[in-house]
Write a protein that binds this ligand. Structure first.
Ligand code: WT7
Length: 658
């Protein structure tokens, strides 16, 4: 894996605009002024155990207090808050109800067809208890893995919280994934039950979730799955297997609304969430109870600083980590009103986001650069026609945001009245790591600015030494933090090797390598340059090139495939596949369509190649490794630069150019 600085950064580094927190923002922020931020950084650095220990005692409820803050005696396997007992659903629900917040709204939900539900903390608490009891009734207990394959409906959040209440870790599989992808994840995690819906709405169509579950489970392909719990959402006809299937609306309402929370050890698993790696199958990222809860809670509080009666909306899907940490756990642990929206902007309603902001008077809006770029492209007249004056703070996440998109976001959506926070983090980090604190840190368009207190981020070379200002390098984190992933499910070797042993500092210490390249400017600000390995970031979703290649190669006509990303104005990156065909197969438009469809069926619609090029051979090194660097240049129409001496057959390049 070699480091190739991205062209993206060249324009970014000449960025000279700086926006200081306005006096209004500064005076109304809890973390107010740079000095306050600096104080937090200093105290976290001088005594991390005290810093995290105090935060954990203050921000979470403990049935039994912890004995140690961090146990790092067996790196890279960290243990946080050992000896402590807590429960995430208690922190998200019970304590708010007990503190007199039961009548306040926990979730405002809007469905794609426009149906709306407002759920108070008390109601959410009762629903979660009933669902927890329902899970118990179908044989789920502490430690059993519960898979969720659901649309963006309140029951998704309810199910996650119900799992945490009884100590059953969840594994949420994004509803846009195919049945094959679902089956792999069910088997890898050994799920006992799947919670799903008959269907869900996506862009004015119905996606048949239950049908996908049925085909994932067909022929006993997932032997650990004993039951399927189905929410009725679209009321379409489904096939119902009485030996295995349960209707949510029959099972859940019949339960008692009392269910005492399981006393969980700090390091008990809270969830597994699959994410793409550069090689092989997706990794089941494991997060545990107390550390994750604290990190989602604290980062949400520090960055969004939600005030009483404010409404917060994150546009992600609960199938991604952003949905876990910043739709469900972060906001609810803080007792905030969180908005869930089932829809996305679509031809029948391109202004859907602005309509939701106007209707629900959203104060804090958190979305992805890909969405911002799409809106930019279609012009400002659409957002201009809505009342967005409730907005106070804007956030972005998922991929680097270009300075121009950042400016557009601030000017057109924020009407120059809202700070923009560009938050860098990953599934693996549990919560945000590098981000402006709006009342304390001046922003620069395109930079995620500075690490949060307690996060020791750095940019290093292959030896693990810090690089100079303005130089590119690997983004690393040099000290454990509470929200860090604990392992890869079932593969601790992969966890150790891919995240902690890729870079080996001479002093033998362990540093966490995020897989991203970055630079720091003269102010120490971080500029993220994107992934350095073969992972493509399409619309903020990480896809392993290997997975897509494997899907293509599983098609009968394909001999070999190489997939690369090409930078894309709207999606960040688009997918370009180079394919060689088996023997006598001919390239036809028919086959082209068929291949794209095949990838959709194997992985899901987000992995559909934007372009497929056929070739007689792929460029390879003498050791047989596909030279993706060359393909990347070809895909983006650039001259192939750099060393081609390791190329086995130079003619291949000429053919590809043609
Ligand atoms: C990768 C993580 C974190 C939730 C969404 C994606 C990229 C994420 C930023 C940002 C530049 C970013 C990185 C990272 N990324 N946020 N603000 N600036 N890049 O989670 O699927 O785990 O992907 O997304 O490349 O490694 P994920």
């Amino acid at each position: 894996m070699s480091f190739e600085p991205s062209a993206r950064i060249e324009t970014v580094l000449s960025e000279g605009r700086v926006f200081k927190p306005s006096s209004k923002v500064q005076s109304t922020s809890t973390i107010s002024g740079f000095e306050k931020y600096q104080q937090m950084v200093d105290s976290a650095k001088s005594d991390p155990n005290k810093f995290w220990g105090d935060a954990a005692l203050k921000e979470l409820h403990w049935f039994e207090p912890f004995e140690t803050v961090l146990d790092w005696s067996n790196p890279p396997f960290a243990r946080w808050f050992d000896g402590g007992k807590t429960n995430v659903s208690y922190n998200c629900l019970d304590r708010h109800v007990l503190n007199g917040k039961g009548e306040e709204i926990a979730i405002i939900w809007e469905g794609e067809p426009g149906d709306i539900r407002r759920i108070t903390y008390k109601e959410l608490f009762m629903e979660v208890c009933k669902t927890a009891n329902a899970l118990k009734q179908i044989g789920i207990g502490k430690g059993d893995l519960v898979a969720l394959y659901m649309p963006m409906i309140p029951e998704a959040a309810i199910a996650m919280l119900a799992c945490s209440r009884i100590g059953a870790p969840h594994s949420v599989v994004f509803g846009g994934f195919s049945s094959e992808a679902l089956r792999d994840r069910l088997n890898d995690g050994e799920a006992k039950v799947v919670i799903t819906a008959d269907g869900g709405y996506r862009k004015d169509k119905i996606i048949s979730l239950k049908k996908a579950v049925d085909s994932a489970l067909k022929n006993n392909a997932c032997p650990t799955v004993n039951s399927v719990l189905i929410v009725q959402r679209t009321k379409e006809k489904i096939s119902f297997n009485p030996e295995r299937d349960y209707w949510w609306h029959e099972l859940v309402p019949a339960q008692s609304s009392e269910c005492s929370p399981e006393y969980m050890d700090s390091e008990d698993r809270l969830f597994v969430l699959y994410t793409s790696g550069s090689t092989g199958k997706p990794k089941g990222v494991v997060h545990t109870t107390a550390g994750y809860n604290l990190w989602a809670h604290l980062t949400f509080q520090w960055i969004f600083d939600v005030k009483k009666d404010e409404i917060y909306w994150c546009t992600a899907d609960v199938g991604w980590i952003t949905g876990h940490s910043y739709i469900v756990y972060g906001p609810l642990s803080n007792g905030v009103t969180t908005v869930m929206y089932e829809g996305v902007p679509r031809p029948s309603n391109p202004g859907a986001f602005w309509e939701v902001i106007q209707k629900h008077k959203i104060n804090i809006f958190y979305t992805a650069p890909t969405a911002i770029r799409a809106f930019m492209k279609s012009g400002r007249s659409l957002p201009d026609s809505y009342d967005l004056s409730s907005l106070r703070l804007l956030g972005t996440v998922g991929e680097p945001i270009n300075p121009e998109a950042w400016m557009w976001y601030m000017e057109v959506i924020g009407r120059n009245n809202c700070p923009v926070v560009d938050t860098w983090w990953q599934t693996e980090t549990g919560g945000v790591m590098i981000s402006p604190l709006p009342g304390a840190i001046p922003t620069k368009p395109g930079s995620a600015t500075l690490p949060l207190p307690g996060i020791e981020a750095d940019v290093v070379n292959a030896d693990g030494d810090s690089v100079n200002e303005q130089e590119g390098g690997y983004l690393v984190v040099k000290r454990p933090w509470p929200g860090m992933m604990r392992t890869v499910h079932g593969d601790s070797k992969r966890f150790r090797e891919s995240y902690w042993e890729f870079l080996k500092p001479k002093d033998g210490s362990y540093v966490y390598f995020a897989g991203d390249g970055a630079r720091r400017d003269i102010d120490g600000y971080f500029w993220i340059m994107g992934r350095v390995d073969d992972v493509i970031n399409v619309s903020g979703h990480r896809l392993g090139t290997m997975e897509i290649e494997s899907a293509l190669v599983s098609h009968a006509s394909v001999a070999e495939a190489a997939v690369v990303g090409r930078s894309d104005e709207v999606k960040g990156e688009s997918i370009v596949a180079f394919v060689t065909l088996e023997g006598s197969n001919e390239l036809t438009d028919e086959l082209l369509k068929d291949l794209k469809m095949h990838v959709v069926n194997e992985i899901g619609v987000i992995a559909r190649p934007d372009e497929i090029r056929f070739t007689n051979a792929l460029p390879k090194t003498r050791s047989g490794k596909i030279m993706r660097r060359l393909l990347r240049s070809l895909a983006s129409g650039e001259e192939v630069k750099g060393d081609t001496s390791t190329l086995e057959d130079k003619n291949v390049l000429d053919e590809l150019r043609r």
